[in-house]
Design a protein around this ligand. Sequence first.
Ligand SMILES: Cc1cn([C@H]2C[C@H](O)[C@@H](COP(=O)(O)OP(=O)(O)OP(=O)(O)O)O2)c(=O)[nH]c1=O
Length: 202
Amino acid sequence: MLYLASRSPRRRELLTRLGLEFAVLELDVPEQRQADETAQAYVSRVARDKALAGLARVSGEPDALVLGCDTEVILDEDVFGKPRDSAEAAAMLRRLSGVPHTVVSALALVSASRHEEAVSVSEVRFARLPDAVIDAYVDSGEPFGKAGGYAIQGLAEAFVERLDGSHSGVMGLPLHQSAQLLATFGLGPLAAGLPTCATEAP
Ligand SMILES: Cc1cn([C@H]2C[C@H](O)[C@@H](COP(=O)(O)OP(=O)(O)OP(=O)(O)O)O2)c(=O)[nH]c1=O
């Protein structure tokens, strides 16, 4: 049985697109960066912590496979997680205004006997955002529960001048890397080759 160790509705929606059956494990895993951890190492470690906490939850099931993910916005080695309040959301968006930033989504797929990891790194550049735009966006409520205080799948797509990377990765679950990881366990659309489109005979 495949489990998604996540409370995120976006991750649930995205994983559904890979056409696999899975169940959700809702966990509370602390997200606290250690003083000596690089931003990217932190994201990978949190994804691993989530997957391993999920595996511990279903420890009675020998065939359990658990996917854990973490997404963070990174600018100048500063990690922007989910804003605690409006002031923090606005402060994050002011820093992201007009300059490129990185979105890292890390994945860990674990079973009782195997442990595989992958990472998706995207570069995103927002247009310069006037304070009035930032304030209206924060008032919309969209920044809350989203790393960096924005949702590319929502209104914030209007801020994006350029995305170099994975749209699903920015949203929280990079589908290509997820499919690659699942394929190493013989699952998903990349395991047996991609489905082919029927072609009409000439
Ligand atoms: C940058 C960005 C992030 N996000 C979301 C994805 C994640 O849900 C969230 C990052 O926080 P995470 O800590 O990665 O995930 P989470 O707390 O929502 O869920 P869980 O830990 O239970 O898996 O930000 C978007 O939805 N759109 C975006 O454009």
